[in-house]
Design a protein around this ligand. Structure first.
Ligand SMILES: Nc1nc2c(c(=O)[nH]1)N(C=O)[C@@H](CNc1ccc(C(=O)N[C@@H](CCC(=O)O)C(=O)O)cc1)CN2
Ligand SMILES: Nc1ncnc2c1ncn2[C@@H]1O[C@H](COP(=O)(O)OP(=O)(O)OP(=O)(O)O)[C@@H](O)[C@H]1O
Length: 315
């Protein structure tokens, strides 16, 4: 048995445990039949341990020892392969148990709620937590400053100038402000579409001047057309020329992490599929927008993730 945890988290250090974080990643891939690709790589805990310490203890309190000691930065503390912990009410020595705890989520199938079959990628969960924290600590002035730069970049973008049918999102306070872009699309006589999402499905519905003020907000505070609203659906009326997409984190070369609903990934792959089936169906240009704090060198990716054509930020 090892020494008791100095941080009074009911755990002890033992030897001979494999790297927990890579285990989490591998176990998740195994559980979800994902083969590592060039887009995936072993998890380096130094990249996300700050976020990990926020996320995991919610589900697995006894992991806190490892995570908080890893954060101290000492070589020994960072060697997670040297750490182990005592049993807790949840069997945290088995990564599958940890994954199960982290992935408890439900989807509606008909009128029943069923456990989701595909667990959220834990590395994505960690990164979302990290970005959420960064965005919370950004001032409103800074968000306005960056939003203005991004808006100007969009306005001078050749694809934007050429596009007639444009989908964009109605931004939340933590996102790049898209309201001037919507106003500009309308004032140029172009056609804007915004998401309407529910139960895993998303449509892009046309917005007319004055619509936004009357729209109800979802549980997430996102304004969208009411369920019964009758509006032109972009997919049924000529497709889209340009999609301006939101996200949580991005790489400069087009990888994108969203809020975990899979809404944009599914929608963007549907657009691609429709174009492949019928080349007359337009393939839109896809631009994701984000604050510079949301840009990463690398982000965790899954096979279903759609790479966007361009990421526009304030840099
Ligand atoms: N402004 C804005 N509008 C947007 C998006 C966005 O990112 N920003 N979306 C971008 O996609 C879509 C909405 N995205 C959503 C993503 C997740 C959940 C959600 O309910 N998540 C669950 C956890 C995930 C799950 O298990 O399905 C939850 O919080 O309980 C809702 C909406 C469409 N509209
Ligand atoms: N093309 C797709 N087909 C089927 N399921 C998908 C597809 N894309 C995403 N999903 C499902 O959505 C879930 C969430 O995926 P992920 O965490 O990558 O979403 P996200 O990129 O954060 O969300 P979004 O695309 O809305 O921004 C995944 O577990 C996956 O099952």
């Amino acid at each position: 048995m090892g020494r008791p945890c100095a941080r009074a988290h009911r755990c002890v250090r033992l030897s001979q445990t494999k790297n927990l974080l890579n285990n989490l990643d591998l176990q998740w891939r195994k559980q979800n039949a994902v083969t590592p690709t060039s887009q995936t790589r072993p998890f380096r805990h130094s990249e996300a341990v700050g976020a990990m310490a926020k996320v995991i203890p919610k589900a697995v309190p006894s992991l806190r020892c490892i995570l908080c000691t890893a954060r101290t930065g000492s070589k020994r503390a960072c060697e997670l392969s040297e750490c182990r912990w005592t049993p807790s009410p949840m069997e945290t020595r088995n990564p599958r148990e940890v994954i199960n705890a982290l992935s408890a989520s439900w989807v509606r199938v008909g009128n029943k709620m069923c456990a989701r079959t595909i667990a959220p990628n834990p590395l994505k969960t960690l990164l979302r937590e990290e970005v959420k924290e960064k965005l919370t600590s950004m001032t409103q002035e800074e968000k306005i400053r960056q939003s203005k730069i991004i808006k100007e970049k969009i306005f001078s973008h050749q694809k934007y100038k050429e596009s007639k049918r444009i989908s964009l999102f109605l931004s939340l306070p933590a996102e790049v402000d898209t309201s001037p872009i919507l106003d500009d699309i309308l004032s140029r006589g172009n056609i804007p579409f915004v998401p309407q999402y529910a139960r895993g499905q998303m449509k892009m519905l046309r917005v007319h001047t004055g619509d936004v003020e009357l729209m109800p907000a979802t549980k997430w505070g996102i304004k969208q057309h009411a369920a019964g609203a009758v509006r032109e659906d972009a997919l049924e009326s000529g497709g889209l020329d340009l999609v301006i997409a939101p996200g949580v984190a991005f790489t400069k070369n087009g990888k994108r992490l969203g809020h975990g609903g899979g809404y944009y990934d599914r929608y963007l792959s549907l657009l691609k599929e429709k174009h492949q089936q019928n080349p007359n169906f337009k393939k839109p240009y896809i631009i994701a927008v984000g604050f510079k704090e949301q840009i990463y060198e690398k982000i965790p990716c899954d096979p279903h993730d759609v790479v966007v054509d361009e990421v526009v930020t304030s840099d």
